[in-house]
Write a protein that binds this ligand. Structure first.
Ligand code: A2P
Length: 337
C-alpha cells in the first residue's frame, strides 16, 4: 500500500491535538506528518507517534516541497478561507473542520456513516460538519431511510470544549470565581442560549448551521427543521433532545432495532435501570449514544430521542480522520485519482 503525507493545520488547538490522538490510534498508512499553527507556536515541540515533531508556522509557502496529500484543518474559519484554497491549488485535499466551506456547493459536507459517496465529488476541499450536526445525522439517517422524516426539532446542551481552548478555560475560570473572557456571560452554574453570533432572523448561526447542514448531508432540502442551541457548563460531550416527525408509521421496538443496527450508533436505553446516555460516559468515545427513545404522543407519527457524543471526537477530530481514511480507501480502490 502507498504511504501518504498528512499535514495538520491548527495542531496546537483543542481539535488539532485530538487529531493527533485519533491518528495515533487509527494508524493510517502515513509516511510523514507536518504540524502547522500560528507564528506564536512555531518551534513548539509536540510528542506524536513516538517522535518529537516541531510545529511550523502556517504561511503561503509552508506546504511547498513536502509532497503533502491530505491536510486536516482546524484553525478557525478565517484561516481556512485563506489557506484551504492555497493548499488545494498545490494538489492537497483539505479536510476542513471550520464552517468556512460547509455550504459551498462545490464542497462535499461529509459524515462517513451517512454520505461517504459525496467524497467522490470533491474539488480539493471536503468539509467536516458542525459538531452538533454530526451526532444528530448519525442517529437520524437510518430513521430517515426507514420512515422518511418530515420535521425535526433540535434542542442542544453543548459542552464548552466546542468553543475551543478559550471556552474550556472560561468554565475553569468560572469555577474559580473569575469572570469569563470568551463567553458574554458566566458559563459556570449557568446556561447560555447563545452559540456563535445572532442573525437577522433571530436564530444564532449555530442553529442555522444545524438546519442547513442537516439538509445538505441528508441530501434532502424538503426536511423541515428548527433548532435551539444552548451552551451548558459541561467540559466534554454535547447532548441533544431531538423531536422527529415521520411520514410513515413506525413500531417503537422496530425503530429501536433500526438504531441499534445503525453504523456508529450505540443504544443506551433502559430507563428502569437509570440507563441513558450522558456526557461523562461518552468522553473519549467515537460512537453516538442514543436513549430516552419514546413516542411523541402529540402527533400521528413522531419520536423523541436523547443523543449524546464526544463533540471533540465524533463531532470534530474522529469524523475528520474517518473522512481521510475513506479518501485513502477511494484512492487505493482506484475510485478517485
Ligand atoms: P496557536 O496555538 O499558534 O494560536 P483552539 O480552537 O483550540 O483555540 O485552536 C485554534 C488552533 O488554530 C491553534 O492551533 C492555533 O494556533 C491555530 N491558529 C489560530 N490562528 C491561526 C493563524 N492565523 N494561523 C495559523 N494557525 C492559527
Amino acid at each position: 500500500m502507498k504511504k501518504y503525507n498528512i499535514a495538520i493545520v491548527g495542531a496546537t488547538g483543542m481539535v488539532g491535538r485530538k487529531f493527533l490522538q485519533v491518528l495515533e490510534e487509527r494508524q493510517l498508512p502515513v509516511e510523514n506528518y507536518y504540524l502547522f499553527a500560528s507564528a506564536r507556536s512555531a518551534g513548539t515541540k509536540i510528542p506524536f507517534m513516538g517522535r518529537e515533531y516541531t510545529v511550523e508556522e502556517l504561511n503561503e509557502t509552508c506546504f511547498d516541497g513536502k509532497d503533502i496529500h491530505i491536510a486536516l484543518f482546524s484553525a478557525g474559519a478565517g484561516v481556512s478561507l485563506k489557506y484551504a484554497p492555497i493548499a488545494a491549488s498545490k494538489n492537497i485535499v483539505v479536510i476542513d473542520n471550520s464552517s468556512a466551506w460547509r455550504m459551498d456547493e462545490n464542497v462535499p459536507l461529509v459524515v462517513p456513516e451517512v454520505n461517504p459517496q459525496d467524497i467522490l465529488k470533491h474539488k480539493g476541499i471536503i468539509a467536516n460538519p458542525n459538531c452538533s450536526t454530526i451526532q444528530a445525522v448519525v442517529a437520524l439517517k437510518p430513521l430517515h431511510d426507514r420512515y422518511k422524516i418530515k420535521r425535526i426539532v433540535y434542542s442542544t446542551y453543548q459542552a464548552v470544549s466546542g468553543a475551543g481552548m478559550a471556552g474550556y478555560t472560561d468554565l475553569e475560570r468560572g469555577i474559580q470565581g473569575e469572570p469569563p473572557q470568551k463567553f458574554p456571560h458566566p458559563i459556570f452554574a449557568n446556561c447560555l442560549p447563545h452559540i456563535d453570533v445572532f442573525l437577522e432572523n433571530g436564530y444564532t448561526k449555530e442553529e442555522m448551521k444545524m438546519i442547513q447542514e442537516t439538509k445538505k448531508i441528508m441530501g434532502d432540502q424538503s426536511l423541515r427543521i428548527t433548532a435551539t442551541t444552548v451552551r451548558v457548563p459541561v467540559f466534554h460531550g454535547h447532548s441533544e433532545s431531538i423531536n422527529v416527525e415521520f411520514e410513515k408509521d413506525f413500531d417503537l421496538n422496530e425503530l429501536k432495532q433500526v438504531l441499534a443496527n445503525a453504523p456508529g450508533v450505540v443504544l443506551v436505553d433502559d430507563p428502569a435501570s437509570n440507563c441513558y446516555p450522558m456526557p461523562i460516559y461518552t468522553q473519549d468515545k467515537d460512537e453516538v449514544f442514543v436513549g430516552r427513545i419514546r413516542r411523541d404522543e402529540s402527533v400521528d407519527s413522531g419520536v423523541n430521542l436523547w443523543v449524546v457524543a464526544d463533540n471533540v471526537r465524533k463531532g470534530a477530530a474522529t469524523n475528520t480522520v474517518q473522512i481521510a481514511q475513506r479518501l485513502i480507501s477511494y484512492w487505493e480502490d482506484g475510485e478517485l485519482e
